[in-house]
Unconditional design. Structure first.
Length: 267
């Protein structure tokens, strides 16, 4: 049976899932920014420049501008001079009205795919189908490759070759960062190796992708307990009793354990 992330991706590619909430929204009026606009700002004796890589409108009339920012400049920038300027931030999603305020439009230049590396990475982590479209990649082939790494990782771990298995899970997640089953299996393997901090980082990453991940949530608490973060572990197990009634007994058992450790001072 294919992992659930493949089912999720199929749904996303059909367009039946609403887009995620836009970042940093602000005023109600629709901005006049366009893709490719280059804006300059005077700040004392220095100049700042921002290049609008894309503008995404939202149903409430606001928009978010995906911007590339340059290092401060001594002179007023031009389209040509910015081709040699040093990039400060490759991508920032900013309220489009806020970007426009206090700016001077110095021209418009359409970005190439090389210019979009920061925006592409943002999409890879937040909107994978759109990332595939931007990069011209075959979603089915990406899915096939990621799943192959995932299954190979499972095989290696079953053979006791856990570090090699982790490398395969790494490859699967690199191809598809929202592949939470691969993230979970990597975390479980790291727990088996005693690498509880790395496992904790993985479970937190998994829960960002799949907030209702019962196993990841419980295991986050177990990692915290193993790391001696008893108050944090107690909070996880107490919350888990309420959030996951089907596992109430398990969360309750570990809640009792961590409270016993706190009473005994055994960290």
């Amino acid at each position: 049976m294919l992992p659930r992330f493949i089912q999720w991706l199929a749904v996303r590619l059909t367009g039946s899932v609403p887009p995620s909430e836009p970042p940093a929204k602000g005023g109600a009026s629709a901005p006049t920014l366009k893709k490719g606009d280059v804006l300059a700002y005077k700040n004392g004796n220095a100049w700042r420049a921002v290049w609008v890589l894309e503008v995404d409108p939202w149903p409430d009339g606001t928009s978010v501008a995906h911007c590339l920012s340059y290092q401060p400049l001594d002179q007023r920038p031009t389209i040509e001079s910015l081709k040699q300027a040093e990039v400060l931030i490759w991508h920032s999603p900013i309220d489009a009205d806020g970007v426009s305020q206090g700016s001077e439009l110095i021209g418009n230049r359409q970005p190439t795919q090389d210019d979009l590396i920061g925006f592409a990475e943002y999409l890879r982590l937040t909107d994978f189908p759109r990332y595939l479209e931007l990069m011209g990649q075959d979603g089915q082939e990406i899915v096939r490759q990621a799943n192959a790494h995932y299954l190979r990782g499972n095989e290696l771990c079953e053979q006791g070759r856990k570090e090699e298995g982790i490398a395969e899970y790494d490859a699967a997640v690199e191809l598809f960062p929202l592949f939470f089953e691969a993230i979970d299996n990597r975390a479980f393997t790291r727990m088996e190796l005693g690498n509880f901090q790395e496992a904790l980082d993985d479970f937190e990453q998994s829960l960002q992708v799949n907030p209702d991940g019962e196993a990841a949530f419980f295991s986050k608490g177990e990692c915290l307990m193993r790391l001696g973060e008893l108050a944090a572990a107690e909070a996880i197990f107490a919350e888990g009793k309420e959030r996951f009634p089907g596992k109430k007994a398990l969360f309750g058992e570990f809640l009792g354990r961590v409270r016993a450790q706190q009473r005994s001072g055994n960290k």
